[in-house]
Design a protein around this ligand. Structure first.
Ligand code: NDP
Length: 675
């Protein structure tokens, strides 16, 4: 299998052989990278000019549609990726995490894009801020996609998930991608991009794929580009030191070495479900992907009194792990990705052993199923015990990226927190406890050093997603040693690829440019009721000011008995004496809403298909019997939903006879298109 690049809209075709890639299992050559003379300046320029232009023409919902179409297509063809993943040492379960996890992330972002983002090409951030005394000058933050390229440099361990989890937010934000896989598993990433290009799901220029060296790519980056890197701290620092990164203030997201911890709390004694969950999770994190996971548990912190019990339980559990050829169904753990990685891991273990003793596993003596130890990159799970963790440094700093973990004891929660934070910033920590005060102390003690903290107990035992699984909805990344970056986290991650701009101007200008009416911007009043307009014809700012209606004591009594809401504030004058909010008996808030609907509604059949809710409801001032109310209804924002109808957001204000605001809210209706 000769590997080539997908750049400037086509596959480059294989050039002269460059490097052989060997099977992690047999050592046979499985792929060959080839030399190609790529012009990185042109690649970036093409992405910006063609891919960026195509994406920025689309709304968030349309971009979400691309992700969905891509995910559907990949689902149908994923077996091709499974087949190749075996060569990288992945068992079927490992490959599922990579392949299905990646596709699942695309689906998750497609869903979030549809549900949580507007059907527009930009975002509004917060509300309008008044900036002048007379109201003639105001500001509104807008968020728009960068006009550059997202350069994604990925790690070897998840060739599919690693590519797709970065791709999804970038494309949803509207930024094209140049993606580079780690060479050692690039044949899996190559097949993934083959499937993507076959799908035809993405517009031209949106994705480019380069294998091997990035050449002089960094020399041509601008302030509109983003680099998102996953890999070792050394490479990350080298790349981050590139002068163009500093000069152009290129955004650089890094996810790198992480000494993640699992903490067994004092209440989780042997025999408790939390103790068992801890042991199971540590063993699982050591052996899934042969421990080659950025989120794997590298340090297992346990109360000193439980050290022996934990080591014994882990030793028993790890002894049952079958190691060997991942294509054999009985095998639970495959090899490392290659012989080079095995040498690195063993070298790191040697350094860890200066501070910790090996208590389970022997790299020189272990059984293998269906595989040859002299040809594959096999290594057994290696458990170490560090007796003096407070005085140690290597166990908190060296990431042996394989099936390796170190158990260490602590005396109290304060010490557990100090030891956990010695990781210098990590992607994730997990806590095993039912004791809420202990969990609180630990979570807040370690929170600022971690991107994610999972608290695991018997209540979530059957459903928790695992210490090591980054979920698309939740932040993935961590401070300090872990790189300081954030990925995923739902729509939060789009911000990396977008610019926030404070837009300032007159209310008329701001409302016109952003397409959102706000109080102080012009209102359009006319004879035709706003509910008589089809979605297409309704202008932002179209307003109805209703006639007034008096609220009587009879109204309040009637409403109370009719609905059953006889709360004292509406019924008992005596009870409201000296009350901090009510000057006497007052109308129900829901009565005001109901009367408001009666005042503004246009009853005849028309373009308004449904009222489907209220947002941001506030009862600002109580209304007493004898007072009048009046309603203003203004079309605030519109969002097309499909060819038949769109959503209209109305700004509603209920005022009293004296002109004071009694209630405000946003009413949502579905309005028919003209057709
Ligand atoms: P590297 O940092 O060497 O490689 C990561 C990515 O960077 C690869 O795509 C690699 O490409 C690329 N790269 C390397 N040098 C350059 C360069 N000068 N310019 C542009 N891109 C470059 O990490 P490895 O994958 O080799 O893993 C080494 C160690 O990193 C692991 O043992 C582990 O400790 C840690 N790691 C941490 C991860 C995490 O998420 N926390 C994930 C993976 C690894 P190429 O393969 O072509 O060299």
């Amino acid at each position: 299998m000769k590997l080539d690049n997908f750049v400037r809209g086509k596959w480059s075709g294989p050039g002269e052989p460059a490097a052989e890639i060997h099977s992690a299992v047999t050592g046979d050559v499985v792929a060959v990278t080839t030399r190609s003379d790529l012009d990185m300046r042109e690649i970036l320029a093409y992405g910006r000019a063609i891919g960026g232009k195509h994406l920025r023409k689309l709304t968030f919902h349309q971009r979400a549609g691309l992700l969905k179409a891509l995910a559907d297509y990949l689902t149908q063809h994923k077996d091709r990726l499974y087949k190749l993943s075996f060569h990288a040492g992945a068992t079927r379960t490992d490959a599922m995490i990579d392949v299905d996890g990646g596709i699942g992330t695309l689906f998750a972002y497609a869903g979030k894009g549809r549900r949580e983002l507007p059907n527009s090409k930009f975002l509004l951030d917060g509300n309008v801020e008044g900036l002048s005394k007379g109201g003639a000058f105001a500001g509104q933050h807008i968020v728009t996609p960068l006009h550059g390229v997202a350069v994604h440099i990925n790690a070897f361990n998840f060739p599919c998930w690693g590519m797709l989890e970065k791709l999804a937010p970038a494309l949803l934000a509207g930024v094209p991608v140049v993606t580079k896989p780690a060479t050692v598993t690039s044949y899996v990433a190559h097949e993934l991009v083959r499937i993507i290009t076959e799908s035809g799901a993405l517009p031209e220029g949106v994705l480019q794929f380069i294998i091997g060296s990035t050449g002089d790519l960094f020399d041509h980056l601008t302030c509109q580009d983003v680099v998102s890197f996953t890999g070792s701290a050394d490479t990350s620092q080298n790349l981050q030191r590139h002068p163009v990164i500093a000069r152009e203030a290129v955004r650089f997201i890094a996810e790198r070495d992480s000494l993640n911890a699992a903490i067994l709390a004092p209440d989780a004694v042997p025999g408790s479900p939390e103790f068992d969950l801890f042991v199971k999770e540590v063993a699982k994190e050591m052996t899934v992907k042969a421990g080659q996971k950025c989120t794997a548990i590298r340090r297992a912190l346990v109360p000193s009194a439980q050290l022996d019990a934990v080591i014994t339980a882990l030793r028993d559990r790890l002894a049952k792990v079958t190691i060997g050829n991942p294509e054999n169904d009985k095998v639970r753990m495959g090899p490392l990705v290659g012989l080079g990685q095995r040498s690195d891991v063993l070298a790191h273990v040697a350094k860890l052993r200066t501070e910790a003793e090996l208590v389970a596993g022997d790299p020189g003596d272990f059984a293998l199923l269906d595989a040859d130890a002299t040809r594959g990159a096999f290594i057994p799970p290696l458990l170490l015990h560090c007796a003096k963790p407070l005085a140690a440094s290597a166990v908190h700093e060296i990431e042996a990226f394989g099936p390796v973990s170190t158990v260490m004891g602590y005396d109290d929660l304060e010490q557990a927190i100090a030891l956990t934070n010695r990781g210098g910033g990590s992607l994730v920590a997990s806590i095993y406890t039912r004791d809420i005060p202990a969990a609180t102390e630990l979570a807040f003690g370690i929170g600022s050093f971690h991107g994610r903290v999972a608290i695991i107990d018997r209540d979530c035992a059957s459903e928790h997603t695992g210490h090591g699984s980054p979920m698309p909805q939740m932040v993935h990344g961590g401070p300090g040693r872990a790189g300081g970056g954030e990925e995923l986290g739902g729509v939060r991650s789009l911000q990396h690829y977008m610019q926030r701009t404070a837009l300032q101007g007159s209310p008329t200008m701001l409302s016109g440019v952003t397409g959102r009416w706000f109080k102080g911007s012009p209102m359009l009043e006319g004879d035709l009721h706003p509910f008589r307009y089809h979605y297409d014809d309704l202008e932002i700012g179209r307003t109805l000011v209703s006639k007034a209606r008096q609220i009587t004591l009879d109204d309040i009594e009637h409403f109370a008995h009719f609905t059953g809401d006889t709360f004292y504030a509406h019924m008992d004058e005596e009870a409201t004496k000296g009350h901090p909010f009510f000057p006497g008996r007052v109308a129900h808030g829901y009565l005001l809403l109901s009367f408001a609907a009666g005042l503004f509604v246009d009853p005849d059949y028309g373009p308004v298909l449904a009222n489907y809710g209220l947002d941001s409801l506030r009862f600002v001032k109580p209304v007493q019997p004898g007072e009048q109310i009046q309603v203003r209804l203004t079309a605030k924002e519109k969002m097309p939903r499909n060819k038949q109808y769109g959503e209209v957001r109305w700004d509603v204000e209920i005022t009293t006879g004296t002109g004071e605001t009694a209630a405000t809210y946003e009413l949502l209706t579905m309005n028919a298109m003209r057709g």
